[in-house]
Design a protein around this ligand. Structure first.
Ligand code: SF4
Length: 412
């Protein structure tokens, strides 16, 4: 059976009306929210940014969803978020700032709903059975004690995971140290693991405005004026990915999680109601494309099969070399990933991952799916004559220091 995802245009009737229509078209919340439900509404407030910028969930969407849940007579309603890794430590920005700047704090005050900074909430450790990479994870107690989680992502690209939508938005239920852990373990697989124990029961996607590329420039913001909804996060993320112009097969956390659920993340198993995807499909610049422009000496040749697994690890490897190499000699390097048909290799070529195995003879091959970033660092250093051991040791020591600081801050 196909999962239903609605797409509604927020026109003159306004955002609240569009949210109601999107929820109703997608089957409503009657099967999800009951009178004894403790509901967590989870917007994406990854950093302090005003509503409407495309970086965070528009507070008007949060307000509209919260009103619907309150009208349904849920036992309790909390709006909760823990901003990105690095927030809520001494001297850093806080989730409270994100609540204020986005207007979410005003929404909570007006509606008489509790706001919860999930980074500072009490947390409990949870075991994840048959995990890809994250067998244990700490999760905010408010999220664990909720019967219903409604994820309110905003439509955006992401530097390491290609897109960030309903599944990735769940990272906010982890305290800061755990968020950092996901980067160390491999973000796509960790997001899939997290959702095995924290799968949202419903997703309302703020596609009014979003962000592409690296979110650094005003032109990275784009406007769509849409609200989407659905009870199946895999289906909502699949449609959201297609709307941005990407192939869901390239979004590895979506693929890993779908596999875990025994479903396929493909538009063919989604019934889209309301507006058609094609009418609004964008052709957005990925975070990885923006990232590449920072490395003019590196040519990356991607085949169609290239996905966030290889590109995400490659970002980590290139960043480590740039930060810790004694000399900067990432020049005239060619990196091949995915399954390009006739890539042109040079004498400094690195070939990455299972998809490109048939091209292994063109350069230094790094096996894996995805390959480990340390193996990538080793291969890149080999072709560029750099000291991989030094770079890896420096990177690991820097990570360990941050890790200690994070743990110390969390235990205070
Ligand atoms: S080898 Fe790389 S590009 Fe191919 S599926 Fe695996 S992670 Fe993705």
């Amino acid at each position: 059976m196909k999962s239903v995802v609605s797409i509604v245009r927020a026109d003159a009737a306004g955002i609240a009306a569009a949210v109601r229509q999107a929820v109703s078209l997608a089957g409503g919340l009657d099967e999800v929210v009951k009178s004894d439900s403790r509901v967590l509404i989870k917007p994406n407030l990854c950093r302090p940014a005003p509503s409407g910028m495309g970086t965070t969930t528009d507070c008007r969407v949060t307000e509209a969803v919260t009103r619907i849940v309150l009208e349904m007579g849920a036992k309790s309603v909390v709006i909760g978020e823990g901003s990105g890794a690095g927030y809520d430590f001494d001297g850093s920005h806080s989730t409270e700032e994100a609540f204020q700047v986005s207007g979410t704090a005003d929404v909570a005050r007006r509606l008489g709903v509790k706001l919860c900074n999930l980074n500072r909430d009490a947390c409990d450790e949870v075991t994840i059975n048959d995990a890809y990479v994250m067998g244990r994870v700490k999760i905010a107690r408010t999220a664990l004690e909720s019967d219903v989680i409604i994820s309110l992502p905003v439509l955006k690209t992401h530097l390491r995971t290609l897109v960030t939508l309903g599944l990735k938005n769940m990272k906010g239920v982890m305290p800061g140290a755990e968020k950092r852990q996901t980067h160390r373990l491999g973000l796509d697989k960790a997001v899939a693991d997290l959702n095995s124990v924290m799968k949202p029961n419903y997703v309302v996607l703020d596609a009014l405005a979003g962000m592409q590329a690296s979110w650094e420039y005003p032109e990275d913001r784009f406007e769509l004026g849409l609200i989407m909804a659905g009870a199946d996060p895999v289906a909502v993320d699949t449609v959201g990915t297609c709307l941005m112009g990407f192939d869901p097969a390239q979004v590895m956390h979506l693929q890993y999680f779908a596999r875990r659920q025994g479903v396929v993340a493909d538009i063919s198993r989604v019934e889209v109601v309301g507006e058609p995807v094609e009418k609004y499909r964008q052709s957005l610049k990925s975070g990885f494309q923006a990232f590449q422009s920072r490395y003019p000496g590196v040519i990356v040749i991607e085949g169609e099969a290239a996905c966030s697994g290889c590109t995400g690890e490659l970002i980590g490897a290139l960043s480590a070399i740039r930060e810790f190499a004694r000399e900067h000699t990432l020049q005239d390097v060619t990196i091949i990933l995915g399954n390009p048909t006739k890539p042109e290799a040079t004498d400094k070529t690195v070939v990455l991952g299972k998809c490109a195995r048939r091209l292994a003879r063109l350069g230094v091959y790094v096996r894996g799916c995805p390959p480990h970033d340390e193996d990538m660092i080793g291969a890149l250093c080999e072709v560029c004559g750099l000291d991989a051991d030094f770079i890896i040791a420096s990177r690991n020591s820097s990570r360990a220091k941050k890790w200690e600081e994070t743990n110390a801050a969390l235990s205070r």
